[in-house]
Design a protein around this ligand. Structure first.
Ligand code: NAP
Length: 280
């Protein structure tokens, strides 16, 4: 049974976790909706993950987010995993049920598609071929979201081809895995390009990709949010392509988590976006 008078609690477990933007995001919503609550960073070592997750219910937490390195390990700990998290192969959210059991969820796919729709309300996944570069955790969420939105052709390019091929086999139609040397040819006729590698993020070199073959009408998305404009997005913008950075994905993935924990689907307000942008 819910206890309406209780202090609302959630957190993020990671290691290290102090750079996480999630406390600022969720604490903004507590204040915005006039709720008494707190969202705290919890630096949990991998060996302590199970005990930390099992402590959520007795401590009165509604749940937590998970970040590096716990996203996959937690799948084997929680009592239930929702189908989207199962397909992505990782969870970024734990929800404590009224009976104290734990459900694993993943809202990165939701965050990705919401961020695209926010930037381009008329966007459709079936508008034409989509090129996705990368086959790591972020790419898995992007691919699941694109498939669920009705993408008909996804060209998946990864530096390590075997990893891209395995992912295409796992997630199935409509993904075709291509070799790294095919990444520029793959852009021909594409309606959308997504960078889901770490190339272009702060501390990494830019993504090695010439855009000449990409139609100027194609939407170019980078799931990186630091910096806010990667070299890829700058090059795309300069040649006239519409662009979307990764900040919206980060902001929007937090909304269904807040709803699952506290019953309110919060909004990404301009004030919240500006506050988080100021930290990137
Ligand atoms: N906006 C958001 O909310 C959000 C969510 C998730 C992730 N992200 C961002 O997405 C990026 C990737 O994260 P991740 O968790 O997916 O990482 P990951 O699982 O480690 O995957 C990294 C990907 O980058 C590729 N890569 C690494 N070095 C490369 C190079 N030199 N040339 C070409 N490809 C290279 C890897 O290819 P190989 O398979 O060949 O190693 C792999 O496909 C990070 O910048 C992360 O911050 C953002």
């Amino acid at each position: 049974m819910s206890r309406p008078d209780r202090f609302l609690l959630a957190g993020v477990m990671g290691w290290p976790v102090m750079h996480s933007r999630s406390p600022a995001l969720h604490n903004y919503w507590f204040a915005h909706y006039g709720l008494a609550g707190a969202y705290v960073p919890l630096a949990i070592e991998p060996d302590d993950l199970e005990r930390a997750l099992r402590a959520l219910a007795p401590l009165g937490f509604s749940g937590c987010n998970l970040t590096i390195p716990h996203k996959e390990a937690a799948l084997a700990i929680v009592d239930r995993v929702d189908p989207v998290a199962r397909r992505i192969g990782a969870m970024n959210c734990v929800v404590v049920a009224p009976d104290g059991s734990l459900e694993g969820q993943n809202h990165d796919a939701f965050g990705f598609v919401e961020s695209i729709r926010e930037a381009q309300p008329n966007w459709r996944a079936d508008a034409g071929p989509i090129v996705v570069i990368g086959a790591g955790g972020g790419a898995r969420a992007v691919l699941v979201s694109l498939i669920d939105q009705g993408a008909r052709e996804i060209r998946l390019v990864n530096r390590t081809p075997a990893r891209g091929k395995a992912l295409a086999g796992e997630l199935g139609c409509p993904i075709t895995a291509l070799g790294w040397e095919q990444r520029e040819v793959a852009l021909k006729g594409a309606a959308m390009l997504v960078n889901a590698t770490n190339q272009g993020m702060v501390g990494e070199p830019p993504l090695d990709l010439a855009l000449d073959a990409l139609p100027v009408s194609a939407l170019v998305s980078d799931i990186i949010y630091i910096p806010r404009e990667t070299a890829l997005l700058a090059a795309a913008r300069k040649r006239g392509n519409p662009t979307v950075n990764g900040l919206g994905m980060l902001l929007h993935q937090a909304r269904p988590a807040f709803q699952a924990w506290f019953g309110i689907m919060p909004e990404v307000t301009p004030e919240l976006r500006a506050m988080i942008e100021a930290t990137t």
